[in-house]
Design a protein around this ligand. Sequence first.
Ligand code: PMP
Length: 388
Amino acid sequence: GRKLLMIPGPIEFEPDVLQAMGMATTSHVAPDFIEVFGKSLELMREVWKAPKGQPFIVSGTGTLAMDMAACNLIEKDDAVLVISTGYFGKRFKDIMERYGANTTILEAPLGEAVSLEAIEKELRTKPYKALTITHVDTSTGILVDPEPIAKLATKYNTLSILDGVCSVAGETILQEKWGLDVVLTGSQKAIGVPPGLALLMVSEKAMKVWNKRKTPVANYYSDWHNWLPIMRAYEERRPSYFGTPPVNLIVALETSLKIICKEGMSERVKRHQVLGNAFRAGITALNLEILPKTDQLAANTLTAAYYPKGIDGAAMLSKMAKNNVIVAGGLLPDLKATYFRVGHMGSVSANDLIAVLSALERALSELGHQMDVGKCLTAFQNKILSTK
Ligand code: PMP
């Protein structure tokens, strides 16, 4: 039967997006494709809420987008503050150090975020070139509010870099209003395009800092000197070449960005909030504990929850898979076997989440977990009905 892919990326994609992936590939300098690429760059500014930002669309994954932000903005011995709420915060620290950054990491206790007080206290100790924020850490399901952190970064003349891989096009992001310098993502999450694109939006301020580098960018492929002329050319609808763009993926991106803009970003974020909230109510009604300590800290793009005591997690996941619902296991190295994750982003609907909850409660019930069958569905439906 048809499987429902409910992991935190890749997600279920719109049929029109998948159709774009299967079209006959054209030349990367064909007029039609130049138009598609140019339009995608323009639509990114709308999704990111960054009318003056410089967008980049490059073949690669979300990690490449992190790598590009690091190697273009950081020079050896620059101080970088990493604000971490899980696995992907630590990845940013590793990437920054690869380019010679002198990093300080503020790690939140499991299930929590780092306090603004702790961030400001650290920013006062020395001049930081940049700080990194993971908007939604996919390993923990923790949602960080980037706005006050971006404002602190501005106050201390520090560049703010947001890892939005699990948030762009799913959670509220007002890049320019909040003063975020880089907001980056990969295609396979809330942007709704199969894996393979690194997407970045860079502020005017960050482009100026980059322009004043004293040393060459230490990564040939990631160097914006190679990509900026290409992005400019496509926006001006001129042919250009540096590395062959993934033509089908970019047609799929334009298709998805049009779907996103048609729904409207505030409507789309609202849908994610309503569904995220209702899903958490369903999970709680199954007597499961959610990893983020409070509802405010819980992402609307995915939910991380602990397996109940005495339940074999691998058996639960495989029972669900047999019912054609695919969810993900844990990602934190030490806690992998103790929790699971469900993605609910992109074109996700209430019907999809009802399917997840019902497969989940059947699996748990068969494994001997105590609960009232149907209660999670009632809790979910009531939340949807009361928030519409
Ligand atoms: N940051 C976050 C928050 C992520 O969720 C991911 C992917 N799970 C990445 C970075 C890395 O993205 P990719 O796997 O596309 O390299």
